[in-house]
Design a protein around this ligand. Structure first.
Ligand code: PEP
Ligand code: MN
Length: 362
């Protein structure tokens, strides 16, 4: 159910409607829009009786949202969601493509800084690196945990990159929310409902990756779990699904991008690294991801992929990442997007000293 307020409704009237909704035992989600404010109603006690809200001052209409997902739906919020950050002008879902790049896992300060320096110089505005790694084998590298989060916080200081990193359980999510800028929920946890609800209480945006066998509706319902708890900054990510194809690690489902954009206002990124599992396919699928209209890319880049502790086969060499950025800079205008220029904002002296000092200080 959705309460649409009149364009001239006052803040006080919006507040009064929210209070009424909460007094009926539901949750109210005010959603400011370009034209008017709407108030989403969620809860699991059955439908609200519209007559309880219809006549309240400032209410234009009370409508039924036809989809199972409510807050995620474009019916509820027609305008695209643009995720913003307190200390940066980078956005996700705006005109500028969001490029998240970095190694699969943070292995040590030297490796992390070497990757960060190159991705920052190439124009990425977000740095990724796993601190908590969900690995198929218990004997595979599991990540450095908080130590990795501290390394990435230094990277943010040095290069002005925003940090994206995965949480795998409640405890790691609390740590990630403290140190990073975006909390990633990985494919294997897309339907970990307890983790999704916990992320809904976090004060940082959530990057939600599609499960490897998840339908579009299941992905959107997972996002609904986060939003229903009050965290409206959710970014989706297509990272490939399991099919019978065996020439790639997963099958990157690019057709899901326009399908999501039709149904939802949430931004969506493409991850061609996990989506293909093969370095030689990452640039072509990145081009395709931008061309299909994704809001950005998440790409694995490693200074020495052949010695990476995880996902080396799909990690780009830094020179290849330069090439990727050059290519998407040319495609972006066709889909009315921009790509950040290689920054003057990276302070060269600071960078040099960071690269030299990182081993000693971290
Ligand atoms: C990752 O981004 O490093 C990762 C583990 O991705 P996914 O959850 O898509 O497998
Ligand atoms: Mn990886």
């Amino acid at each position: 159910m959705l309460v649409v307020m009149k364009a001239q409704a006052t803040e006080e009237q919006v507040r009064a409607v929210c209070q009424k909704i909460e007094s009926l035992g539901y949750r109210a989600h005010p959603i400011p829009g370009a034209q008017r404010t709407a108030i989403g109603i969620t809860g699991n006690r059955g439908e609200v009786n519209p007559s309880a809200l219809d006549e309240l001052p400032g209410v234009a209409e009370v409508i039924q949202v036809s989809k199972a997902y409510k807050l995620v739906s474009r019916e509820t919020k027609p305008d695209n969601t643009v995720v913003r950050f307190a200390n940066s002008d980078a956005t996700i879902g705006g005109r500028e493509l969001c490029v998240v790049a970095g190694p699969c896992a943070i292995e040590n300060p030297e490796q992390a800084f070497a990757a960060a320096e190159r991705v920052a110089k190439a124009g990425a505005r977000f740095f990724r690196g796993g601190a908590y790694k969900p690995r198929t084998s218990p004997y595979a590298f599991q990540g450095l945990g908080v130590e990795a989060l501290k390394i990435m916080a230094e990277i943010r200081e040095t290069y002005g990159l925003l940090i994206v990193t995965e949480a795998v359980d409640h405890e790691s999510l609390d740590e990630v929310a403290k140190w990073a800028d975006v909390i990633q929920i990985g494919a294997r946890n897309m339907q970990n409902f307890s983790l999704l609800k916990h992320a809904g209480h976090a004060k940082k945006p959530v990057l939600l990756k599609r499960g490897m066998s998840a339908t579009l509706e299941e992905l959107l319902m997972a996002a609904e779990y986060v939003m229903s708890e009050g965290n409206y900054n959710v970014i989706l990510c297509e990272r490939g699904v399991r099919t019978f194809a065996d020439h790639t690690r997963n099958t990157l489902d690019l057709s899901v991008i326009p399908a999501v954009q039709r149904l939802s206002h949430l931004p969506i990124l493409v991850d061609p690294s996990h989506g293909t599992g093969k370095r030689n396919k990452v640039i072509p699928l990145s081009r395709a991801g931008v061309a299909v209209g994704a809001d950005g890319l998440m790409v694995e880049v490693h200074p020495d992929p052949d010695r990476a502790l995880s996902d080396g086969m799909q990690s780009l060499y830094p020179d290849q990442f330069d090439e990727l950025m050059n290519e998407i800079r040319q495609i972006a205008p066709v889909v009315r997007r921009t790509v950040a220029e290689a920054p003057a904002r990276v302070n060269a002296a600071k960078m040099r000293s960071a690269a030299g000092e990182s081993a000693a200080t971290l």
